[in-house]
Design a protein around this ligand. Sequence first.
Ligand code: PRX
Length: 653
Amino acid sequence: MSHSDSIQSHLKEARKFPPAPEFAQAAHCGSMADYEALYQRSIDDPESFWAEIAEQFHWFRKWDQVLDWQRPNARWFVGGQTNIAYNCLDRQIENGRGDHPAIVFEGEPGDQRTLTFRELRDEVVRFAGALKQLGVRKGDRVTVYMPMVPELAITVLACAWIGAPHSVIFGGFSVQAILDRVEDAESEIVITADGGYRRGGVVALKTHVDDAAARTDRIRKIVVLQRCNNEVTMQAGRDHWWHDVVADAPTDTPAERCDAEDMLYLLYTSGSTGKPKGIVHTTGGYMVYTATTARYVFDLKPDDVYWCTADIGWVTGHSYVVYGILANGVTTLMYEGAPNHPDWDRFWDICARHRVTKFYTAPTAIRAFMREGREHVDKHDLSSLKLLGSVGEPINPEAWMWYHEVVGRGRCPIVDTWWQTETGGIMITPLPGATPTKPGSATRPFFGIDPAILNMEGVEQGPNAGGLLCVRRPWPGMLRGIYRDPDRFVKQYWSAIDGVYFAGDSSRRDEDGYFWIMGRVDDVIKVSGHRLGTMEIESALVSHPLVAEAAVVGIPHEIKGNAIAAFVTLKAGVEPAAGLRGELSKHVADALGSVARPEQIRLTQALPKTRSGKIMRRLLREIATSGTVTGDTTTLEDFSVVARLAEEQDKAV
Ligand code: PRX
């Protein structure tokens, strides 16, 4: 990594918004004094702090030890046995929530469904029985590739019910992504749908699964939910309709007694190599952490209608559409489609009709809404909203203010929550009844979290000095490893600075102890909040028969936060035909899904490299953003390459 000394922050933001007294009065944590006291306790005595919270959940067997910390391996609630789906369903029904809505669903075409906790439980148990009948056993990895419909939540909960880890693949990903993940997880069963609705069209999910299945003999069973009635091919023996398997399923499959450290799920995410890594989350600590963060950060109350707009294919959907919310007995709203279908007011229309109280989305969406104009928001009654949340990338103060004024009408606290796939749950965040917010800052650490800004030597930085955002102590929701790759786990997260967790962000901490996240400093690019590895996109480009070499950089983008610029050299003797850029762009989208489609493709004679052959991405980034190179080029092997790149830039479209 070549960053830490060059991390500088130019953002100066002086506005401060204290919580409204009415909000604070009713909040789970209603003052900074309460926050400070609880935080201090969670740091001084984390084991008793977390044990006290964990007591409130259902355990088949209580733990013997709260934490076993063998750096970097943590085990939480050692010896305890529980079931997270049981906690999300039966425990809620026992608490009298059986007839309360658990899932409120709206499909893109406008179809609606509500499932109470009792109805959801019945569906989950039935599908759990179906999975067992299909031969799924405890510990088997179940691949899930579905649209945002209730059956997606039912599937993950059914997997949890029988102790079979799920591996959910975002429906926007494509064939190669399915193949890589199925292979890495050694997963023999895929749960999918004929299709899902997106922007008025149908995404042919089953066809993608078929294409993946044709390229591996790993996949033995495919369950297909009928959602869009688009035409699909069903292969006898391998493929089963969802409605058939549930019709024959028993309705009394008991919840599996899972060890607190049994794997709950695998979720693949991009890192600094060509292959995504399978992040492992386990059961007990994850349950306690996601539920507790959800309760405090969203200040969840029994009558909330909570809506997180993330797809369950991302960690945000795992933790804060499904587990963390249902474990609090709160209604979670699921919406299948695009924010701008049929028009740019779809989200606000949904908020108004369903009387949404807590709303959690991504900065990229907020910026897109800003661009389209406030009239789409203004025409809806948003008086039910009490709190707004942001996640996935830094939110620029301008977007924060717009969110606050236009969506929140100046009366809703905003929680800007920093966390990662690896952290399982929210790590740095305001508590809405306590923390005065500053636009653009994720503010202070959650209970039990000990973050620090360190330089490459591990020295803690003073106020406002940029550095690497690290975490010094274990927390219950933390990842337990990279699937089948313990060495990579240590190398990726625990080696940049010896013994502390570092997963790729830079930040500074201001004089009030507030964190200001500055963004990734590794080979990960956040495009519309989606996490993409430069190496994955480069591998996809190089897999095209005409491409010799490719380098990908992130460039600032007004709506997406970052966009992808790809520099491509063609094989010797290949003359670029008209339309080649479009073809390469499609090639990447076919391999990785349209989220990875490059914004710019520049065909170039050569890439700038150091004498040791390393591509100098910093120079490419400069070329792509400003057209020239002003930074240090002394390590460049061939100076003429940069001049040529700048010339080619003039010709680039
Ligand atoms: O760079 C940070 C950014 O998103 C990364 C994690 O991405 P992913 O694993 O896909 O999880 C996204 C949802 C939790 C982080 O390393 N990020 C996430 N939240 C914020 C953020 N950057 C700034 N502010 C945030 N609130």
